[in-house]
Design a protein around this ligand. Structure first.
Ligand code: 5BU
Length: 264
């Protein structure tokens, strides 16, 4: 397999994006390219697993609007855990509207920009509705938000991101706005710019599909073959009766696959 990745050690000094500098430093320090997706529906369950997972992950991804008792107390506790245990808080909101509405939603009921380090954004609404408004918040020290991941490819069966040209157009938006856009959600490596990180969902070592459209593949496929940087794992850990064992397992396999770049 042709290696398209620059070793992590070089990338940390190559990248100018402040969020990615932090992410790369956390990854190397913790030896982890594992992002845990905690899709539980109560604050207590999310916080409990976040505390257990903290040492093994470089990021924790949530869906705030799936947490039925979401509150400011929850985000206060989550940010304290993230600061203490050195992980990135990732809200997978998938913004996809006019720039003005995106901004209202970032500051709205859930105050996402105040507690999330990074959020997902669809490319479908076009550059002007993405770069400007997110740049405004990212450069404002009153907000924690420091980067955006553009959705270049979905993991789901039949996703329209596979239509001719969609992913390529998404990549252009990101490459032209690298101060704001710190990477992609994708299935395969989509850009030659080594400072743009490739985060990939759809990873599970024990199952292939969930009968609701999700498609899973293993870590070797995601990191070695498809050349992603960071794996996003949800139910592979969250549905297990032994989450710590699974966290160790995913972290070890994914890190060994990525760290090969630095040894070769
Ligand atoms: P899973 O339990 O490993 O399927 O969790 C995957 C998570 O990643 C879940 O929170 C999804 O919302 C999220 N996700 C995804 O699975 N596929 C995508 O293309 C995108 C997000 Br974008």
């Amino acid at each position: 397999v042709e290696n398209q990745r620059t070793p992590l050690s070089e990338r940390e000094s190559l990248t100018e994006n402040a969020l990615n500098k932090k992410i790369l430093s956390v990854m190397r320090k913790k030896k982890s390219n594992l992002c845990l997706a905690i899709d539980y529906t109560t604050s207590e369950e999310v916080l409990q697993l976040a505390e257990i997972a903290g040492p093994f992950v470089m990021a924790i991804k949530v869906h705030a609007d799936a947490i039925t008792d979401f509150s400011e107390e929850f985000t206060r506790k989550l940010t304290t855990l993230a600061n203490d245990m050195d992980f990135i808080i990732f809200e997978d909101r998938k913004f996809g509207d006019t720039g003005n509405t995106n901004l209202l939603q970032l500051k709205g009921a859930q105050k996402i920009a105040s507690w999330a380090d990074v959020v997902t954004v669809h490319a479908v609404q076009g550059t002007d509705s993405i770069a400007g408004v997110f740049r405004q918040l990212i450069n404002d020290p009153n907000y924690r938000l420091s980067g955006v991941l553009l959705i270049a490819q979905l993991s789901t069966k039949g996703s329209l991101t596979a239509l001719d040209g969609y992913t390529e157009s998404t990549v252009s938006i990101a490459e032209e706005n690298r101060d704001v856009i710190s990477g992609f959600i994708a299935q395969t490596r989509v850009s030659g710019f080594s400072d743009l990180l490739n985060w990939t969902p759809g990873v599970n070592l024990d199952a292939k599909t969930d009968s609701a459209g999700q498609q899973w593949r293993g870590v070797d496929e995601a990191i070695d073959v498809q050349q992603n940087d960071i794996i996003i794992v949800g139910r592979g850990v969250t549905s297990s009766s032994e989450p710590v064992q699974q966290l160790k397992r995913y972290r070890r396999i994914a890190w060994e696959a990525l760290a090969k770049d630095d040894e070769s």
